[in-house]
Design a protein around this ligand. Structure first.
Ligand code: ZN
Ligand code: ZN
Length: 351
């Protein structure tokens, strides 16, 4: 049985502002008009307008008369980090929201970053930290980065873990992003959603390995769907990844997940490995077949592919990149199915 419905409002990595990271989610047995969760909010009104024109029945049995009606269903937001391509729609729509404040769930630092936009200079101050303030459009709701699942919508909870997303240009200080385990509470089924993320192999303090260690015991029965970025195609030099993944690095990350899965299945009670194996992605070539089919039954949706601005590729970038990742994953015999996320896609069997 499907437990979630997810609509891809936007899944590009820029610079096309009409297709930026933005996903609407609800429990499968509820109506969209009963309340939706916005997972990221890069594109908004304009993208919804376009996908409604292409697929008028996308939100069936609800029959929205306008993009504004779809936006009115959003009761809360979950944001991975404060970069504009993940919050643009949230900012632009905030002044039009009616009714009680919408909760914006994110790590404390991400909320502080978002607050700088609502400064009354760049944009009116429409947010509040005060739960008693009913006049604001948005209520900043910090998520702790730990092992606890916290409710973010009807029947939906998230667990947030920190990710590395490169460095800030001026200070060279690390810039953080977030991964979310998104759980359908009644069934306890989950999917895993990554914000922008750099390869662990290029990180001074690898963090994605902890996400894989937390995910491994759940695969594939409790968790069979992963959304993860792959911003660039093959051949992008490491020095020009700017805190993002390329197909080679994503395949290595998935091999690291496969290694965790094998370790869990080998452990006596199927218990999670005590500690994630840091830097484990370094030894990918030494597979010896032990990782074979470790990720069978797992779907990996490729998101956040950057546009091809040079006209080098004949096909859209997300299909080029997904094909490259599938080939590498097949070479490693991991067994995972790689899918290019598409704007307007309705994913109904999202465990
Ligand atoms: Zn980013
Ligand atoms: Zn981004």
């Amino acid at each position: 049985m499907p437990v979630f419905d997810l609509v891809v409002v936007g899944c590009g990595g820029g610079p096309n502002e009409s297709n930026l990271s933005s996903y609407l989610l609800k429990a499968h047995n509820a109506l969209w008009s009963d309340g939706a969760l916005a997972l990221e909010a890069g594109s908004g009104y304009g993208a919804i307008s376009r996908i409604l024109a292409d697929s008028p029945t996308l939100f069936a049995p609800c029959d929205p008369r306008s993009p504004a009606e779809v936006l009115s269903w959003v009761r809360s937001f979950v944001i991975t980090h404060g970069h504009l391509d993940h919050i643009n729609g949230l900012v632009l729509s905030a002044g039009s929201l009616r009714g009680p404040p919408r909760q914006v769930f994110a790590a404390q630092q991400t909320l502080k970053d978002i607050e700088t936009v609502f400064s009354d200079r760049l944009w009116p101050n429409l947010g509040t930290w005060d739960k008693e303030d009913k006049t604001a459009a948005l209520l900043y709701s910090p998520l702790q980065l730990d092992s606890t699942y916290r409710p973010v919508a009807a029947h939906v909870s998230v667990r947030a873990l920190p990710l590395n997303h490169g460095h800030m240009r001026c200070t060279n200080a690390p810039y953080d992003s977030t991964a979310f385990f998104v759980r359908h509470d009644p069934s306890a089924r989950e999917f895993l959603f990554f914000g922008d993320v750099q390869p662990d192999r290029l990180s001074r303090e690898p963090r994605t390995c902890a996400v894989w260690a937390a995910a491994a015991p759940k695969l594939p029965h409790t968790l069979d769907t992963i959304f993860i970025e792959c911003s660039y195609p093959l051949g992008r030099p490491d020095a020009h990844l700017y805190g993002h993944l390329s197909p080679t690095h994503l395949a290595q990350e998935l091999a690291a997940l496969a290694r965790e899965v094998v370790a869990v299945r080998r452990s006596p009670a199927g218990s999670p490995a005590k500690k994630p194996r840091l830097h484990s992605t370094a030894s990918v070539p030494a597979l010896n077949g032990e990782l074979r089919d470790a990720l069978t039954g797992v779907r990996v949706f490729i998101i956040h592919c950057k546009e091809d601005l040079t006209g080098e590729f004949e096909r859209p970038m997300h299909t080029v990149i997904a094909g490259q990742v599938q080939k590498l994953v097949d070479d490693l015999r991991l067994g995972a199915t790689i899918v290019a996320a598409e704007q307007g896609m309705h994913i109904s069997k999202c465990q």
